[in-house]
Design a protein around this ligand. Structure first.
Ligand SMILES: Cc1cc2nc3c(=O)[nH]c(=O)nc-3n(C[C@H](O)[C@H](O)[C@H](O)COP(=O)(O)O)c2cc1C
Length: 185
């Protein structure tokens, strides 16, 4: 797929079929992720790939409870409070795969993991797969219990939980506001 098509065509996907994603495809996505630049070329990435639906259900429930209990309501829009409180809301939208990108703690852990995450999402789109970064899961995954569930070492921080799967419905394009641009000189 042409890079421009990938950049403009990728969408946050929130409806998935139960079809599994083959291991070789997931390996290709990780390989695309690690082509990202990293500060001082440290390549400090760590990938946890979860396909166990019961574990994903458990993480969804824990993440919702943790968000509701710890994150001030004012920090995200009203309609999302209702989602978090609904027993039917699954933070991973029942996607068959969750890839969480963690990074060794350091000055640029978040930047390193985030650049890998964008590569991974674009590569997923190029493979005909949907993806979505799930911020709702982040705060719980950062806890000691969350890190244990991911199996990440203590000196790593989970940054980017990304669901992957076959889209059940095509997602409508999300219009962009004109960028605030300031030309100097
Ligand atoms: C840091 C981050 C956290 C996000 N968290 C969630 C989330 O928890 N749930 C969700 O459905 N989408 C989440 N998204 C997806 C955004 O809502 C989505 O990217 C945005 O609406 C623009 O749509 P597009 O990706 O299709 O262009 C997140 C995106 C980012 C970058």
């Amino acid at each position: 797929m042409d890079l421009t098509d990938a950049i403009y065509g990728r969408r946050a996907t929130r409806a998935y079929t139960a079809a599994p994603v083959p291991k070789e495809v997931l390996e290709r996505l990780v390989d695309a992720a690690i082509q990202a630049p990293s500060a001082v070329n440290e390549q400090p990435w760590d990938f946890t790939i979860i396909q166990n639906t019961q574990l994903l259900d458990r993480i969804s429930t824990a993440a919702k409870a943790h968000m509701t209990a710890t994150v001030p309501n004012v920090s995200f829009p009203e309609h999302l409070h209702e989602s978090l409180e609904s027993p039917d809301f699954h933070v991973f939208y029942h996607a068959p795969v969750l890839i969480t990108i963690s990074a060794r703690m350091g000055a640029w852990a978040v930047e390193n993991a985030t650049l890998a995450a964008e590569n991974l999402m674009l590569a997923a789109h190029a493979q005909g797969l949907g993806s979505c970064w799930i911020g709702f899961a982040q705060r719980w995954l950062e806890t000691a219990e969350g890190k244990r569930a991911l199996g990440v070492p203590d000196n790593f921080v989970p940054v980017a939980p990304i669901i992957i799967g076959h889209s059940a419905a095509s997602a409508a394009p999300v219009p962009r506001r004109p960028p605030q641009l300031r030309w100097i000189g």
